[in-house]
Design a protein around this ligand. Sequence first.
Ligand SMILES: [Zn+2]
Length: 408
Amino acid sequence: MSFGMSADKTALKERIRVAINSERDHLVEVAETIRVNPEIGYQEQMASQLLADHLVETGFDVEKPYCELETAFRATLRSGRPGPTVAVLAEYDALEGIGHGCGHNLIAGSGLATAIGMKAVMDQIGGTFVVMGTPAEEGGGGKIKMLDKGAFDDVDAALMIHHAGNKSGAPAAWPDGTCLAVSHIEYEFFGKPSHAANDPYNGVNALNAVIKLFTGIDALRQHIYMEDRIHGIITHGGDAANVTPKYTSARMYVRAASRDHLYDLVGQVNNIARGAALMTGCEVKIEEDNTCYDMRPSYVIGAKYQANAEAVGLWGSGGREGRGMHSTDFGNVSYKVPSVTLGFAISHDAIPGHSQEVVDASGSDFGYDQFIKAATAQAMTAFDILTDPTLSMQAWDEHRNWSERYEQ
Ligand SMILES: [Zn+2]
């Protein structure tokens, strides 16, 4: 079986490369506009509209708002012939107070760049190509909301690019490209106020409860796995030193190497919170907002991605070696469909994440050169999936058997 391709694959890949390169100045302008006008999660009106408008111009059908999210969109290009559906994910949210310190302006631009590359070959191949505008990656869980609304139900592969400091590469073998699952949890303790000196015996001390939460977690640390991370802050510690604190709160991030293990660990931390409340006579309220799953990269597609990155001359190596100790809502997508991220260098030297250095490198000539190459590799990988039915089948097979293959 083939997906109805007429021209030669190498020639079509060259057509992708030429199409993206001929729009280079325009693509850089779009990414730069987003970089210098940073918008935080769910407020990315300008960036999402800018991309949506350009995608309409490129010949895509655009749904916006999408999944009941004002700044999400789905842009579709159908070949009209059978074949898989490949989605490229465009993030565009900035960091509060830093701006584009995670380089999402380049991920945004890559959505449009890949679209331009795919438009140049879609009449020669089969399947469907989608650019998904995914808001609020930085803590807002935009992709989780979109998953819940079925945005990925008909998708066979999800691709992204993301800067990786001074490294480049797609994951090709476990545990490369994996990261940590994370739960964001709010703990609130409710006590009873009293004069801290006159009648302390009438008070119920919520500060003691939140302190016991932290010391209880410290006792747990001896018995957790190497990859586990538990970190947080007290967000309210009381109101006056001479009043028994009636209310305290804490915000914790709990992380683990897999979703299932995370659920176990969160259960232990929640029990500590309940114990802290019991010991002090307080009431406790526990609220979990987003849970990001760990990333399960498709190594089947990752190997193709890596080959394409080398073919376009992407600078740097070793971008996705070992497990990353970060978390992303792309992990949830990776539990649903074969997914993979190409990391790309935006700097020749190592730079810290979520920093001004990233803001600068994301707007540098080198950063933009690399962005064009990474987006070209992304389009070529989408092309590989749309033109090779066995690749998509192997990716789904790997996806179905992920746990037994990689998680012992
Ligand atoms: Zn990021």
